[in-house]
Design a binder for this molecule. Sequence first.
Ligand SMILES: [Zn+2]
Length: 459
Amino acid sequence: MPPQSLKIDNARYIITVDPERRIIQDGSILVENGSVSRVGKAAALANARADRVIDARNLVVTPGFLNGHMHISYAHAVRGIFPDNLGSPLSHVFKLQMAMTEEEEHATTLLGLVELVKNGTVCFVDPGSTKFPDACLQAYQDAGIRVILGDCVTDQDAPFPLPRYSTAEAVTRTTSFLKKWQGRLDGRIYAWAMPFSAETCSADLLRQLKRVADERHTCLTLHHNSGPQARKDSQARNGHTPTEYLESIGVLGPNVVLAHSLGVDDAEIECLARTGATVAMCPVTAAKGGRGVAEFGRMPELLAKRVKVALGCDSPNNSNHLDIVRAMNMAAIQYKDARQDMRLVPAESALEMATLIGAQALGVADEIGSIETGKRADLVLFDTQRPEWQALFNPVNNLVYNADGRSVHTVIVDGRVVVDAYHQSFVDEPKLYARVQEIGEKLQARTGTTFPRSRWQIV
Ligand SMILES: [Zn+2]
């Protein structure tokens, strides 16, 4: 049970991301019944008592991070197996994912949760990769973090194996998933409609799923990209660009989150701004996958049009890590290089996407995303007693450019301490690592997925 009250006392800095974007030096936060009840200068909260007090003199506090697109499943067991000269690993990815057993998925999910939470993530969107959510429920509960789940559906042919149903069946599955999962674990489980993409789903299916999401006051997410070839294909298929097509069939709106969204042109950005649809961009996946951020990355234009952008890590074989601090870093540096303009995507914007703007993109900003009285207490405490945090004058710059998730010291979700001075207590990590390694070996053998262990000889 979480203590009734918790005080984070005398923090070196509190980066609130509140409406005034205050950074409070020597600040304190009082948490009662899972919510922030007071936040301000330590001196002003000197008389506030709590069941537990965390001495935060050497800590920098931020809101908990959101990960807007994060496949948590098979990939942990086979992370890093694809050599760089393979090109796209997608066909292998879906084959491996479809071959996971319930027990295997539970173990890889646990590992994903450990990595997410230890890097400061308090809420993530799994875009329908989890095949056995029932088996993972206990893990979600134990880890204590917020999980956005759904049932990945398609009703059209796809170039790789995906869950394929009739249109009616896909709608029924989604409706029953939402009924079963929305609001579980004291509201920390959110259930969304999750069609895979516009290319693998009929207009009829997308329309019906949007209606279901609207009726149940929840969201819909799908994979989305544009660019010259995608625009040409889409024009030939339905007479619209990929984004305008979604608008034309009534599928865009503030409760729709488009993942990746590379290559959108100005008219498509206008369309997103007009409809209030949001995006979840995966900057490390884009860079590692050679997706051409210079040509196709439009983050600065999306932000300029006030489209809500969340950051994501995609999967442990795309970005290869689940560290949103590194995703912030990539978001803040890749446009500066791509456009040869250091003013683009400043550190503050990167932090906003991982916190408040990300929460707005995912429809949860009433609860989390900033440190304000009345919001749920989802907080990350960074340890500044580390070389990369020296010297400390500008905490936002230090966080985005110097640090990474390894300096996450303590993580609080809903007022509960889920990482306490670098330690989580919901799983035996060495035992789990050994089990996941074993799963990876078996999974590769079972699916006939073999790659040289390294391009260099292992002797
Ligand atoms: Zn994805």
